[in-house]
Design a protein around this ligand. Structure first.
Ligand code: SF4
Length: 409
């Protein structure tokens, strides 16, 4: 098979992995000859380097052959798709060619599992090793690793990569047993734990002066949302576990999208994309705003409110904690006010040292008064208890109903 045909198959097969792509964009392309560009999410994806730079990566699978049978995956062994496999040299050549033409700044390499986990991992490592050692490639490399592979191989992969990841895919073993019977949460957690130890060791060596050490600096994972009955509470509890125990850089939430050749046990329709968005917002609250999962979701409400962002939904459930006084509240309490972000809280803490904050000051900080007014007391505004207690407060924040168009296309 020609290299170009392999690239078409293996770049397309890789597009379902969200671990490096921005998600949520409407998928459009210019294949009909109209316009320029595409958001199809195939071939080249974007990621963030440790210094925050957005970088473009060639995103491919080494092969879409796989001995596993994960129901949600187009590459599972029972799927009737066209198969292809690159050699390590071919991936190296493509990466270098694209890099020299300035199309990409790095490589995101994943693979179906062929023969066994170790054999596949060795092939993935072979690509990274050749790029680094034979060509002194200094671009970004993200390698997807396989939890069943030997710890020594995952360790070697981490030496050549900037980022490594292991996809957890589903938050509980119960879900995996149904949809990905060969996968195990325990094995994945063990592998993540070992990677964490190696990342910490590398970090210490760098801190102690080994500036030239090349080693991955972080790990991430992906979960698929809406492929089974797992609740948002299941996802957030698992993310909390992974951030807390293994210091993952990111958990990517990827809304399940129906695949060609679907398994009969999968839902026919994808979940609303806003569910994925709400999970990212809740994840952000846990990582940067000090929220516990048990505050965001409860056993009675195990799924996020799709109409309101999770911080606003939390504030509406906990009205007894408001209003918060902008002049005296702690940083933590201010961070919990809907409409206040980390940067605006920081600015408030600075200016309140020498001024009594009024609503006009907040406007100057580009803070939307509409959202914060019921929750925040300023020198010239004291939210009425009536407003906070009102049944209509929730309605005030709901998205405006859209008029249906009679002749909509
Ligand atoms: S192991 Fe990976 S490639 Fe293979 S079927 Fe499962 S998700 Fe797909």
């Amino acid at each position: 098979m020609e290299l170009q045909s392999k690239l078409a198959i293996l770049a397309d097969a890789a597009k379902y992995d969200a671990s490096c792509a921005s998600s949520g964009a409407v998928k459009v392309n210019s294949l009909d000859g109209k316009g320029v560009g595409s958001t199809g999410g195939m071939g080249i994806c974007h990621s963030y380097a440790p210094d925050g730079r957005c970088i473009s990566l060639l995103k491919v699978l080494l092969t879409n052959l796989c001995i596993y049978d994960c129901h949600y995956c187009i590459n599972r062994r029972s799927s009737n798709v066209r198969r292809a496999a690159f050699t390590a040299e071919e991936v190296v050549k493509l990466t270098l060619d694209f890099y020299k033409r300035n199309y990409i700044e790095g490589l995101f390499l994943s693979s179906g599992i062929i023969r066994n986990a170790d054999h596949t991992m060795e092939m993935v490592i072979d690509v990274a090793r050749t790029l680094r050692e034979a060509y002194d490639f200094r671009g970004y490399i993200h390698l997807k690793t396989i939890p069943e592979a030997s710890p020594g191989l995952i360790e070697i992969a981490a030496r050549y990569a900037d980022r490594i990841s292991i996809n957890l895919e589903l938050p509980t073993q119960k879900s995996l047993d149904v949809l990905a019977p060969e996968k195990s949460i325990v094995r994945t957690r063990h592998a993540m734990g070992r990677i964490r130890n190696r990342l910490d060791e590398a970090h210490d060596r760098r801190k102690n002066g080994d500036k030239k050490l090349r080693h991955a600096t972080g790990q991430s994972t992906q979960v698929i949302v809406g492929a089974d009955e797992s609740t948002d509470a299941d996802f957030l509890a698992r993310s909390d576990d992974l951030y807390g125990n293994f210091k993952l850089r990111r958990v990517y939430y990827s809304a399940f999208s129906p695949i060609p050749e679907p398994s009969s046990i999968l839902p026919v329709k994808p979940p609303p994309l806003v569910r994925e968005h709400r999970l990212y917002q809740a994840d952000w609250l846990m990582r940067f705003y000090g929220f516990k999962t048990s505050e965001i979701l409860t056993p009675e409400t195990p799924n996020l409110d799709l109409e309101l962002d999770p911080k606003l939904a939390w504030a509406l459930r906990n009205r007894q904690d408001f209003p918060v006084d902008v002049q005296t509240a702690s940083r933590e309490a201010l961070l919990r006010v809907p409409g206040l972000g980390g940067t605006s809280v920081q600015r408030i803490l600075q200016i309140r040292r020498h001024t009594r904050i009024r609503q006009a000051d907040l406007l100057r900080l580009r803070i939307s008064l509409a959202k914060i007014q019921p929750f925040l007391k300023t020198a010239d505004h004291n939210p009425s208890a009536y407003l906070l207690d009102s049944d209509r407060l929730r309605a005030r924040f709901l998205p405006k109903p859209k008029q249906l168009e009679l002749f909509a296309k």
